[in-house]
Design a protein around this ligand. Structure first.
Ligand SMILES: [Zn+2]
Length: 430
């Protein structure tokens, strides 16, 4: 027999001082009574809850010290057990609780006409609870506003529900690997999203993230996301600029920025070291493995307003790049030297980058954050501020990608910034 109830497990008897620090809170649970399906087939009480789906088994024979059923009319009772010394404080619908207690009584009473062998065996499936790892919310009425998402969820899809804000319940899903929030109206994401320990794929297409202020991109600065995120879809978000933090996503293999209003890409895009692959490694792969990689190592900036790409893009080695639908200009410009004595702000910014500090407006002055966010990147990977050499060259994209989708031209203008004359000369020679 099964009883849907609320159970609080009081373990205070286990502590000689009577301290109840080990007691749980009352939780929605299922309490089953029957014989366990194992070889011993002994009668037991089996307690399961959403937090503990594997459940706890309590022996019944010679193990129930007392049943406090004084308030059973109000749907309350307590079962005191010997081993372990737990008190199960139960609250349930009065009639169901009464009949549940009656069944237990019949099952265990000494001299009862109901022999133990007649207590039914609990079905095996109760002991192997289904762990839900995928969760799809297809309509607003299905949205689990009150009960929340199961903590075991690894893939969560909340698509096309026109939701205006990010649901903070998602931040509790520590096992979450894939989050799909496409086709909503979300404007900003909380910084804590960057701390979800297992998040690898994030689909945010067709939202309003382009309207969020720069501080709302702090989630890209989270330690876990920087280390783990493999796929990021920011397509159709009305974005006019991209945060510099994007370059810190060291595991990122697929980046989709298509159908936005971007006029340029941040120089840090060349720092996305996982977007590139080793050609030697690829040659050793079989066809299937190559196909899988083709799905991953790609950058899409289709349908934006980009006139030139940052020079750092030359560092990437992609399987696929899509740059169609952008108004690339064909102007080139010879190196312009702008070296002079560094300002104090520039010195400070260089020190922050050299020390690899995780910075935001709370740890360093706001002006310095803004200055750092405006950094350009040299071909060597170093940051450039006021002191740099600027040039505009053309790059044949076939040099950085196995397959390319263009609108008109193969050669795309690159905005190149160099941190020193040495780097400039090295680029010109190569
Ligand atoms: Zn350099």
């Amino acid at each position: 027999m099964r009883l849907i109830c609320t159970v609080k497990v009081d373990t205070s008897r286990m502590h000689p001082s009577g301290c109840s620090s080990g007691s749980q809170r009352a939780r929605a649970s299922t309490l089953s009574f029957g014989r366990s399906p194992g070889p011993d087939k002994e009668a037991c009480l089996f307690l399961q809850s959403a937090i503990d789906p594997k459940g706890v088994k309590y022996k019944v024979k010679d193990n129930i010290v007392n049943v406090f059923a004084r308030f059973v009319q109000e749907g309350k009772c307590t079962i005191r057990l010997k081993q372990p010394a737990h008190d199960l404080i139960i609250q349930a619908e009065p009639l169901l609780l009464k009949s549940f207690l009656k069944v237990i009584k019949l099952g265990i009473a000494k001299g009862s006409t109901e022999p133990e062998a007649k207590i039914p065996i609990l079905e095996e499936k109760y002991f192997r609870p289904k762990i839900q790892t995928k969760y799809i919310v297809a309509t607003n009425t299905e949205y689990p506003t009150l009960q929340g998402f199961p903590r075991t969820v690894e893939e969560l899809r909340i698509v096309d529900l026109q939701r205006k804000s990010f649901d903070r319940q998602i931040l509790r899903l520590e096992k979450l690997r894939l989050l799909d929030l496409s086709k909503n109206c979300i404007r900003s994401l909380p910084a804590e999203l960057g701390s979800l320990p297992n998040l690898k794929e994030l689909y945010l297409g067709e939202n309003h993230l382009g309207k969020s202020p720069s501080r709302a991109w702090a989630w890209l600065n989270g330690d876990s996301i920087k280390r783990n995120l493999v796929l990021l879809d920011l397509s159709r978000n009305e974005m006019t600029w991209l945060p510099l933090f994007l370059g810190q996503l060291t595991a990122l293999k697929t980046l989709n920025l298509s159908y936005n209003m971007l006029t340029s890409l941040p120089g840090s895009i060349g720092l996305l070291s996982s977007l590139r692959y080793s050609v030697r490694k690829i040659l050793r792969l079989n066809f299937r493995q190559k196909f899988i990689i083709a799905l991953y190592r790609c950058l899409s900036i289709q349908e934006n307003r980009i006139q030139s790409l940052p020079g750092s893009i030359r560092r990437l080695r992609l399987e696929n790049i899509n740059i169609s639908g952008n108004p690339f200009s064909s102007m080139t410009c010879l190196p312009l030297n702008q070296f002079k004595v560094s300002t104090l702000v520039e010195c400070a910014a260089r020190s922050v980058l050299k020390a690899r500090l995780n910075y935001d407006a709370e740890t360093i002055p706001h002006i310095l954050v803004k200055y750092l966010n405006g950094a350009r990147f040299c071909d060597c990977g170093g940051a450039c501020f006021e002191n740099h050499v600027y040039a505009k060259f053309e790059l044949d994209l076939r040099r950085i990608s196995e397959s390319c989708i263009f609108s008109t031209q193969f050669c795309i203008p690159l905005d190149c910034f160099f941190c020193s004359m040495k780097c400039t000369r090295f680029w010109i020679r190569s």
